[in-house]
Write a protein that binds this ligand. Structure first.
Ligand code: SAM
Length: 219
């Protein structure tokens, strides 16, 4: 993978990692992924000065790049070892996709908005990732062709877990999804053991809605 570290942002990225550590993120492989991923390539030009703040920021099409500490929490909960096949629903800017590419063997990511996916594809390409596949479509139906997935991350909020995602989760796999209403949700971790799916509520969160066949209606 190409070295994406640009010197002028190195100090800012270091401070972000210290912030993540101060917020309880301990997993060294997760912290290393943040060190290797240039967030300034994934934000709009008007937000460049805030690229390494621990804040969500606007991207195009009324969407947001999530807060880094929320990404870090997601990634720690997945406990990836580098060998996994991971599905991400909601590519958005592509930032989390690149974080994942440092932590898993293969990353499959689905986005429903064409313009966002095109911008994300370019930013991901400039990071030199070789283990990422992108799809334009409705992530609530998953990506059956490459299932089962050892981990599934849903980056938008749903009223309930889309059934196809439960079906496409490998035995022993973990799925993370914000569940609840349109404006406030609970980050939920689901672990599959055969036909048993254990649910654990993690923390209150606010995500944009997951729109699609097994999510919120688009109308
Ligand atoms: N993790 C992303 C990042 O690092 O930039 C931010 C994701 S943003 C909070 C949520 C994304 O989910 C939006 O880009 C939105 O278009 C997308 N989305 C919503 N419903 C979707 C669906 N059914 N399939 C795929 N993407 C969806």
């Amino acid at each position: 993978m190409a070295d994406p570290v640009v010197p002028e942002y190195r100090g800012a990225r270091r401070r972000l990692i210290e912030t993540l550590q101060s917020k309880g993120i301990k997993d060294l492989s997760v912290l290393r992924a943040f060190e290797l991923t240039p967030r300034h390539l994934f934000v709009q030009s008007g937000s460049l000065h805030r690229a390494y703040e621990d804040s969500p920021l606007p991207i195009s099409e009324g969407q947001t790049i999530s807060q880094p500490s929320v990404h870090a929490r997601y990634l720690e909960l997945l406990g990836l070892t580098g060998h996994e096949r991971v599905l991400e629903v909601g590519t958005g800017s592509g930032y989390q996709t690149v974080l994942l590419s440092h932590l898993a063997a293969q990353v499959f990511s689905i986005e429903r908005i064409p313009g966002l996916l095109a911008t994300a594809r370019e930013a991901i390409r400039s990071c030199g990732c070789r283990n990422v596949s992108l799809l334009l479509g409705d992530g609530t139906i998953g990506w059956r062709e490459y299932a089962p997935f050892d981990a599934i991350l849903v980056s938008a909020a749903a009223p309930d877990v889309p059934r196809p995602l439960l079906e496409q989760l490998a035995d022993g796999g973990r799925l993370i999804i914000p569940l609840g209403g349109r404006t406030e949700q609970t980050l939920t971790l689901i672990t599959r053991s055969g036909d048993d799916y254990k649910r654990r509520d993690i923390v209150p969160v606010r995500f944009v809605p997951l729109l699609g066949t097994h999510g919120w209606s688009t109308s």
